[in-house]
Write a protein that binds this ligand. Sequence first.
Ligand code: ZN
Ligand code: FE
Ligand code: FE
Ligand code: ZN
Length: 274
Amino acid sequence: MLADLHCHTRRCGHAHGSVGAYVQRAVELGMDAIGFSDHLPFVDREDRTLTMSRDELPAYVREVREVALGADGIEVLLGIEADFIPGTEDAVSALLDDHPFDYVLGSVHVLGDWVFDHPAHLERYESIDVDEFWAEYLATVRAAAATGLFDVLAHPDLAKKFDVRPAADLSGAYEALADTLAEAGMAIEVNTAGLFKPVAEIYPGRGFLELCRGRGIPVTLGSDAHAPDEVGRRFADAVALARDAGYEEAVLFRGRQAQAYRLPEAEEVRHAGE
Ligand code: ZN
Ligand code: FE
Ligand code: FE
Ligand code: ZN
């Protein structure tokens, strides 16, 4: 059993491919389930290069459900990736409640007015205090978890994307984050997209994954595919990392309820299509 719960489609303005094209690729790979997690429209701004418009959300929901009904031999799940922006919780909550999502990925891509993971805004890294940036990132992620709005924390240590590393010891902040995730009943994502970024590592690092494992926090697997040929990429490495950290199961979500499944061996995944 294998499920990729983090896939984007062309609706967001920076990904390629239709829902059907992603599903076809997942079938080719022998995946058992694929979940769509297009970016939820911001509630306090509009940026058509980052998310679909509010008007498009019903069509997204309809398209994923239609493809799900017609899909043969694979389960298609309707998810969404929602940004946490402090102060927007009520509006985000209302928007999420309006649609029958199987799961909600919670993400922090924005700190204040800075989309810190966007390659167009890299110059800002020259003028920040790196330790403060990391502390703010981890505190914001923890605040996101505390809202109870999200089922899964996506790319938990996204702040490392451009290989900007803190000098300070952040272990206390990571412990606090893991505690909050456990209290919130959230899962975390093992996301392979980081392997293709300057950091060249899976999100999260092994240390944090072990902290989560110690607290019984479940994991999902996600490629963060922004094109159909990125579905499931490097999943053998994701499975190997999760197993190294002590995980024998992962979860997927139906109707916002986690369902555990047994992780394959990394070797089985390698043979399946990498
Ligand atoms: Zn995206
Ligand atoms: Fe993201
Ligand atoms: Fe994403
Ligand atoms: Zn993402």
